[in-house]
Design a protein around this ligand. Structure first.
Ligand code: TXA
Ligand code: MG
Length: 341
């Protein structure tokens, strides 16, 4: 699925040996680069938390290359999961199963459930063929934007982590996380695979997770990762509106965009609204490209010392954006980077 040539299995052997020895290797997937470790090696899994600076209560996704491999981790495979795997795997959909006894506690952060996905990337699939299942969070330091290029991984970890270079990730946003242990299934993290697509292909409507509700202090968050600040560059990310938004730090009118800010727009109106002299990127409604490039712009903005990144707010009626578009996931990631609650 990725544009660049997949690495031959032969070239992957040294990386696979590293992983089998309990070391970490970053590898490309169709969403973002993953920081891989053998799913059966407790020291390697512990290393992931250490090098990322990741809180121990944030569980990891197990990456597999077959449904047989799912059976090593999931207690049962409900019919609904079979249908979802058949329709969307390999692809950007992570499923939450009841975990099987023996799955490392560090992977699940002590939960009774385990997250599993089959990435749609030939290099990732070949690597897993050689190593067995790999746990892999996004290969960034905790709180930084996810890496969509090999150079982003090196930027965060230096040369201490070997990176298998697969070029730019095709999708650029992390997978949809769907909890199928509850009824109706619940989307814990929006991604490329939307509720509408799941409904269309599988005939049931998943619930969409209301983060602000579950993140209040009295209720344990369903997806631990979503409570942490994420995806944020150093530059201040904020939404841009047609109208004056007062002195809110995460929402501004176009006319209050900072002089030294990077401005990202996607509608004709947004393109018109940009004041001269600003560094600007316009996506002409191409949300797939915007998703692919968003995290790269976050990092570039920091290199170029932009103080802020203003991103045009999405039209209210995002239903008008076709269902294959990752608008919902974009809104989620940008809102998190902007610190909008
Ligand atoms: O696209 C992706 O999913 C990428 C690539 C590398 O596969 N991986 C990724 O991993 O984004 P990470 O660790 O950055 O995010 C995993 C998310 C977190 O929000 C975590 O809390 C959630 O999945 N998660 C993992 N296990 C879970 C579980 N058992 N129950 C609920 N949420 C879980
Ligand atoms: Mg991550």
């Amino acid at each position: 699925m990725n544009g660049s040539e997949p690495l031959s299995q032969l070239k992957l052997i040294p990386y696979a040996e590293f992983l089998k020895q309990g070391r970490l290797v970053a590898f490309p997937t169709e969403t973002v680069y993953g920081l891989g470790a053998s799913a059966w090696n407790p020291e390697a899994v512990a290393q992931i938390f250490a090098v990322k600076g990741r809180p121990n209560d944030n569980p990891l996704i197990v990456h597999v290359n077959s449904i047989d491999m799912v059976k090593e981790f999931a207690e049962t495979i409900p019919p609904r999961a079979r249908l979802l795997m058949q329709k969307f795997w390999p692809g950007p959909l992570t499923l939450i199963f009841k975990k099987k006894a023996g799955v490392l506690d560090a992977i699940t952060a002590g939960l009774e459930t385990v997250a599993i996905r089959m990435p749609d990337h030939p290099t990732a699939l070949s690597l897993i063929e050689l190593t067995g299942a790999l746990v892999a969070p996004s290969a960034n330091k905790s709180g930084r934007p996810s890496p969509t290029k090999a150079s982003h991984v090196t930027e965060d970890f230096g040369s201490s982590i070997p990176v298998i270079d697969g070029g730019e990730c095709q999708l650029g946003l992390e997978s949809t996380v769907l909890d199928i242990t509850v009824n109706p299934p619940l989307i814990l993290r929006p991604g490329y695979i939307s509720a509408a697509q799941i409904h269309h292909h599988c005939g049931f409507i998943p619930q969409e997770h209301n983060e602000s509700k579950s993140e209040n202090a009295t209720e344990a968050p369903k997806s631990p990762g979503m409570k942490y600040s994420h995806y944020a560059p150093k530059a201040r990310v904020y939404w841009l509106y047609d109208v004056d938004m007062g002195d809110s730090s995460d929402r501004r009118g176009f006319f209050s965009a900072g002089k030294n800010d990077l401005i990202i727009t996607h509608t004709p109106k947004g393109a018109e609204n940009i004041k001269a002299g600003r560094k600007r990127i316009h996506y002409h409604g191409d949300y797939a490209r915007m998703a692919r490039e968003l995290y790269d712009w976050f990092r570039k903005a920091d290199h170029d010392n932009h103080t802020g990144i203003g991103i045009e707010a999405f039209p209210k009626d995002i239903e008008s954006i076709s269902s294959g578009e990752p608008a919902g996931a974009l809104i989620n990631r940008i809102s998190k980077a902007a610190g909008v609650r």
